[in-house]
Design a protein around this ligand. Structure first.
Ligand code: BG6
Length: 458
């Protein structure tokens, strides 16, 4: 099953604010993820995995792992400390060293232009993604990256998980609106990100010969909670709103008709300008990258949502609930579902007919470092193996799935839960409150993945 996969991009993923640290060093400005208030006792972005200082050692580990690609993001405020205006050459030099070393090792760089770390100055000055100015600041930043790195980097991701950016106050920095105004603002931010992304597509197509660019979707695979037609409709609506609305903007340049009506009926439809239509339709994604961890269910909305789901899963059109068939564990609270990954691949392929790439998929655990320096993470191995088998089945059925880049290469700062929750192939010796020595240890999953990649080359 694993051999004859020579061209498949086995990768590993990361993002700048979650691994780099050095959040005020070398001219870097602050971003929304640096300024957010983290719960007491939880690590912040100041050190993270200390990749900024240990990148050589880490890239050597990546080479030893044998991956064909490495997904990392460039920190927007490391390049433009204020999000716009003055360029920080030191920031560009840092990423140039990374890219050069990866290429020297025969590893394809897969670069995310923007992964949650919106420059704080853009929030202070323009209300972040609520202001149209941020669209043009992003355009200028993305263009700079293509100009500098376009010769060397061919695989690009425009925005990581616009869905999370539009909903999470920690990422978008919009903290002061009341609930109703915030809900409306979510869709305005979504719309502005879609416009920004189109400008990035345009410049990438101009400046990166042979390049590919597209978004990384936080793909929500949603099953009906029962076979009742109302539950089936609820699941369709939830999936259309949470997954396809954003992707339709990236690929087709429009919001699905049903969702347009829903948003208009609720007075949530974003403000648009006449010239936007031309831009939205002029450029399209070349590939679809997506992040998948688990599946959910939806049931008919019956007047109130008392579920324990995060606010962005709540709506008057459906009620999201956990998947009773999923396998739950301490951190994988929604329940894992490997077949759901293949079903997601089908849904994306059927709707868009574009090459696909899995840019995140991973198993969170509170891994323990043994006295021997070993970390036994069999649950992660099982999870990754089962998900990869689903990928190969889809490929064997003829779907152009270009690669699989699990989350994550290194243990890193979790989006919300610091260092207690670990996803890496490589253990980083620190806790939330104690930096220890930040030494790297290879987990059992490291050796498993290494062997799998070697077998794929036979
Ligand atoms: C994705 C993000 O949503 O999920 C990553 O792109 C994030 O940045 C990952 O780390 C896992 O989420 P969390 O909150 O468990 O770290």
């Amino acid at each position: 099953m694993i051999n004859e996969r020579k061209d498949f991009l086995f990768g590993a993923s990361s993002s700048a604010f979650q691994i780099e640290g050095a959040n005020k060093e070398a001219g870097k400005g602050l971003s929304t993820v640096d300024t957010r208030v983290v719960k007491e006792g939880i690590a912040d972005t100041s050190v993270a995995s200390d990749f900024y200082h240990r990148w050589e050692e880490d890239l050597a580990l990546l080479k030893e792992l044998g991956v064909k690609s490495f997904r990392f993001s460039i920190s927007w405020p490391r390049i433009y400390p204020e999000g716009e205006g003055k360029l920080n050459q030191e920031g560009l030099d840092f990423y140039e060293k990374i890219i050069d070393r990866l290429l020297e090792y025969g590893i394809e760089p897969l670069v995310t232009v923007y992964h949650f770390d919106l420059p704080q100055n853009l929030v202070d000055k323009y209300n972040g993604w609520l202001g149209r100015e941020t669209i043009y600041a992003y355009e200028n930043y993305a263009k700079t990256l293509f100009e500098y790195f376009g010769e060397k980097v061919k695989y690009w991701i425009s925005i990581n998980e616009p869905l999370m950016v539009m909903y999470s106050k920690d990422f978008n920095g919009i903290r002061k609106l009341n609930d109703a105004a915030y809900q409306k603002a979510n869709y305005q931010m979504m719309y502005h990100m879609a416009l920004a992304e189109k400008l990035a597509f345009k410049w990438c197509h101009h400046l990166v010969p042979g390049g590919k660019i597209g978004p990384a979707s936080a793909f929500q695979n949603i099953y009906p909670a029962s076979a009742s037609a109302k539950d089936v409709e609820a699941a369709m609506t939830a999936e259309e709103l949470l997954s396809f609305t954003l992707l339709d903007l990236s690929v087709r340049g429009s919001i699905p008709n049903r969702i347009q009506k829903m948003l208009k009926d609720q007075d949530m439809y974003p403000e648009t300008e006449e010239e936007d239509a031309g831009l939205l339709h002029s450029e399209s994604a070349d590939w679809i990258c997506f992040n998948y961890y688990a599946s959910l269910c939806a049931e008919e909305y019956r007047g109130k949502d008392d579920s324990s789901m995060p606010p962005f899963f709540r709506s008057k059109f459906y009620r999201i609930v956990s998947n009773p068939m999923g396998n739950q564990s301490e951190w994988m609270i929604f329940g894992t579902d490997s077949v759901g990954l293949r079903l997601s691949i089908y849904k994306l392929w059927q709707r868009y007919n574009l090459p696909l790439m899995i840019t995140e998929n991973g198993y969170a655990n509170s891994d323990e470092l043994e006295e021997t320096g070993e970390i036994h993470d069999q649950d992660r191995i099982t999870y990754l193996q089962e998900h990869l088998e689903q990928c190969f089945q889809a490929i064997d059925e003829g779907i152009p799935l270009l690669g699989y880049s699990p989350w994550s290469f290194l243990d890193s700062l979790s989006g919300r839960e610091g260092f207690a929750k670990r996803y890496g192939f490589v253990y980083v010796n620190r806790t939330d409150q104690d930096l220890k020595d930040l030494k790297r240890y290879k987990k059992d999953s490291f050796y498993w993945y290494q062997q799998l990649i070697q077998e794929s080359e036979r």
